[in-house]
Design a protein around this ligand. Structure first.
Ligand code: NDP
Length: 434
């Protein structure tokens, strides 16, 4: 705590992992006496830089850019870029730390990193976003590379931003490589990458339900967010027979009692991805309730999938979910449930999947995008979806291996942390004191 002052999100993420890992280290001689956890919480490298750019009326603007390269023991650094006004070192260190464990679980050779800027793309023109991305990459390019560090998207960094970032990298380096993932199909992106996090999350939920001899069919699902992860979680959940009744953005949520169907979801995708509108506008076209300045956790459901941002589901909201009969919570976002909420869910034996496991589908298909770029070949959507499904099943299996208790309750937090830790720790020990 003393060496990371004013970093509450980072400390929160480390605390959660340490709670599972410290007893495991004590019980396993191999991991004792080599300061393995102390080394893992220290980033290998952090880059902080100035991002100056000129807005549409000719004013000079400046933002702060970051890349936190946390751990490269099992593969090159890999993790998304976030553009949001709330971005600071604490948030990015928490995300990079979580990424190390998540990437370890994917079965692919990927280290962990995260980066971004306090730049807010909201309300900016395409030209302003392009100039910002070009300036950001003009510094970042020297720290990344297809075998060194491969960024991707995250909040505020979608297809448009990835395109501008990739274009600037290619121009500076004069090389066309798989240095960034989440690229569009027209310039060597991968099929299924946009869908991967949401689809993967639902595949994971299906595995969790199997342990209760249940399926998604007819389950009522509450989703927060209306961005990439929320959209494709909704799509796959509908496809598998669930009824999704809410989506949200940072201004409020919509509640559609009849369920969001394909047509309504297409409307939301167009609204959010093309028109960059607000979720409230859903009620202009469809019969639904809009609740301003609120999150959807008081809506009665079987399954809750928070897909917006960190700490968006607190203890009181977890209590409301439990009181309303919710049996399963799976994190689509990174760390959306507060530690108190998670404790409460555990104490009521509600099935709870941490994002490190349930949202690992995105980085998994990013890993597959890297493989395709390396061999200069594109796999079909069917093959990629099958690989994604198998990876999510494998992650679930690892969680059960390390997280199943004597009472058959699966502690997915413990399972995820230990399974993720073992692979990275073994690689670090094998590589000496580095
Ligand atoms: P998007 O930018 O596409 O969407 C984010 C959504 O969350 C929007 O609806 C946004 O609303 C809402 N949101 C953002 N910040 C806040 C906030 N402070 N309070 C309330 N709502 C907020 O991002 P993604 O869907 O890509 O990412 C969502 C989460 O999933 C993040 O935690 C991310 O780290 C995680 N994740 C994403 C992956 C991916 O592949 N994209 C992979 C793994 C994890 P508004 O429009 O009002 O800002």
């Amino acid at each position: 705590k003393d060496s990371n002052p004013n970093e509450p999100e980072f400390l929160q993420a480390v605390d959660e992992v340490a709670n599972s890992i410290i007893p495991f280290i004590h019980a396993n001689e191999k991991y004792r006496g080599n300061h393995i956890l102390e080394r893992m919480v220290e980033a290998e490298r952090i880059i902080i830089f100035r991002v100056p750019w000129v807005d549409d009326i000719g004013n000079v603007q400046v933002n702060r850019g970051y890349r936190v390269e946390m751990n490269s023991a099992i593969g090159p650094f890999k993790g998304g870029l976030r553009f949001h006004p709330s971005v600071n070192l604490s948030v990015l260190k928490f995300l990079a730390f979580e990424q190390v464990f998540k990437n370890s679980l994917t079965t692919l050779p990927l280290g962990g990193a995260k980066g971004g800027s306090n730049f807010d793309p909201k309300g900016k023109s395409d030209n302003e976003v392009m100039r910002f991305c070009q300036s950001f990459m003009t510094e970042l390019f020297r720290h990344i590379g297809p075998n060194t560090d491969i960024p991707a998207g995250d909040i505020g960094v979608g297809g448009r931003e990835i395109g501008y970032l990739f274009g600037q990298y290619k121009r500076i380096k004069n090389e066309f490589t798989g240095v960034i993932t989440g690229k569009s199909l027209s310039y060597s992106g991968s099929l299924i990458r946009p869908e991967a996090t949401g689809y993967g999350c639902i595949f994971f939920v299906v595995e969790m339900l199997k342990t209760k001899q249940q399926t998604l069919n007819d389950k009522v699902v509450v989703i927060s967010g209306s961005g990439n992860v929320a959209q494709f979680s909704c799509k796959k959940a509908i496809e598998l027979g669930a009824k999704v009744v809410t989506m949200s953005d940072s201004s409020g949520y919509i509640y559609d009692e009849d369920g969001i169907d394909d047509e309504k979801l297409n409307f939301i995708m167009n609204l959010k991805n093309n028109k960059r509108g607000r979720i409230k506008e859903y009620t202009d076209t469809f019969d639904a309730k809009y609740v301003a300045n609120a999150r959807p956790w008081s809506v009665s459901c079987d399954i809750a999938i928070p897909c917006a941002t960190q700490n968006e589901l607190n203890k009181e909201e977890a209590q409301a979910l439990i009181d309303n009969g919710c049996i399963l919570v799976a994190e689509g976002a990174n760390m959306p449930c507060t530690p108190n909420a998670v404790r409460l869910l555990h104490s009521h034996k509600i099935a709870f999947a941490p994002g490190k496991a349930s949202n690992a589908g995105g980085v998994s298909v990013s890993g597959l995008e890297m493989s395709q770029n390396s061999i200069g070949y594109s796999w079909t959507a069917e093959k990629l979806e099958e690989r994604l499904l198998n990876i999510m099943k494998e992650i679930h299996k690892q969680c059960v291996k390390y997280g199943k208790g004597d009472d058959e309750y699966i502690d997915y937090v413990k399972g995820t942390n230990i399974a993720g830790f073992v692979k990275v720790a073994d690689a670090m020990i094998a590589q000496g004191v580095v």
